[in-house]
Design a protein. Structure first.
Length: 200
């Protein structure tokens, strides 16, 4: 089985599902990428999020990467409405209470900073600049991935997320893949960049 393991890195575009099949009016990964049978997303990005997604047929990778006890760092670049205050950045860093599964959840501490002068090419369709004339890019590095966590966190401090791009998982970086880009990677290289053990 090990000889049949295959790994890909993609840059998931906006409004594309993290699954092979289309669903309703939303495109699945199979519409955008030519993916061999049996290759699935390891983890997910929601429909409105963009960026780094790993595709593989390695169940051991799924277990290691998605196990919350392993606390793998995930780096997001987030365009938010308005200009966050220092207090807002500190609140995001220390952990805040968000709604989750009908209850309240205190997020783990995170690394958060404002990205001065940061720019990305506009997504398609673009953020409405008339409705949102003042925005700020921030970087969040989380060691957990609760449902829509980043969006809930920024909204809680009064700065709703307008655009969310995952740019790295551990040392595995999105660059230089453009939206819709895909590249194959070896198991050895992928595991090394993810700081995972090759055993098992």
């Amino acid at each position: 089985m090990a000889d049949n393991l295959r790994y890909f890195i993609i840059n998931k575009p906006y409004k594309v599902l993290s699954q092979y099949q289309d669903e309703g009016t939303n495109n699945g990964l199979g519409t955008i990428f030519r993916i061999p049978k049996g290759i699935y997303a390891v983890g997910r990005l929601d429909l409105d999020s963009e960026g780094l997604l790993i595709l593989a047929n390695d169940k051991a990778l799924n277990h290691q990467l998605l196990n919350p006890e392993n606390e793998h760092a995930r780096t997001y670049h987030v365009e938010v409405e308005g200009v966050p205050t220092t207090e807002s950045i500190i609140s995001l860093s220390k952990g805040i209470s968000i709604a989750l599964d009908g209850g309240s959840y205190l997020t783990r501490s995170a690394q958060v900073r404002v990205l001065e002068g940061y720019q990305l090419p506009e997504r398609v369709p673009a953020v409405n600049r008339i409705k949102h004339p003042i925005t700020t890019w921030i970087e969040l590095i989380l060691t957990e991935g609760k449902n829509r966590q980043v969006r809930k966190m920024t909204a809680k401090v009064g700065h709703p997320t307008l655009r969310l791009v995952r740019v790295a998982i551990e040392d595995l970086a999105l660059e230089p893949l453009a939206p819709g880009g895909i590249v194959m990677i070896s198991k050895k290289a992928l595991y090394k960049k993810l700081n995972l053990s090759l055993q098992g």
